[in-house]
Design a protein. Structure first.
Length: 156
């Protein structure tokens, strides 16, 4: 019997789409309001000094009224190890980001909110908050437990 690794469908899709992601990488879903897409790109460009490799995934199009989007978002969130939410003045009115964070809570995913706008740092929904570029982000990533299925587990 061969010792093959079982990976989540999200990890598999990320590995196929990037070609550079190891199965052992932590997968972090980045939630943001559509109006903050430019900030999300800047967030990804930052260098985080972490012990373990990780990859960011997201859904740029936010359409919680579209069943296909809901299915894809649920799949990505359930397949990730944690969620980082970029919080700005647009967050409370963003239906897509609100839906993503609600689903992440339901799925029991660790969530860290990062203030995307240094001018607006109001708390959001009682979640842990960090400043942009803060070492707390790397500490959060290091603390994430990878969601690896047990040997013999069947994937949906």
């Amino acid at each position: 019997m061969s010792a093959t690794s079982i990976e989540s469908p999200v990890r598999s899709a990320v590995r196929r789409s990037t070609g550079a992601v190891a199965v052992e990488s932590k997968v972090i879903f980045v939630s943001f309001a559509v109006e903050d897409e430019h900030r999300e790109a800047s967030f990804r460009a930052q260098t985080f000094r972490t012990r373990d490799p990780f990859v960011f995934v997201d859904l740029a199009v936010k359409r919680p009224d579209d069943r296909t989007w809901v299915r894809r978002a649920r799949h990505r969130i359930e397949g990730c190890d944690a969620v980082i939410a970029l919080v700005s003045r647009h967050t409370p009115s963003s239906e897509g980001q609100t839906w993503e964070l609600h689903r992440a809570r339901e799925a029991g995913k660790p969530i860290l909110c990062v203030w995307a706008d240094p001018e607006d740092q109001s708390p959001f929904a009682g979640l842990a908050m960090a400043e942009w570029g803060s070492p707390e982000i790397a500490a959060f990533i290091d603390a994430i437990e990878c969601c690896k299925p047990a040997w013999g587990a069947r994937l949906p």
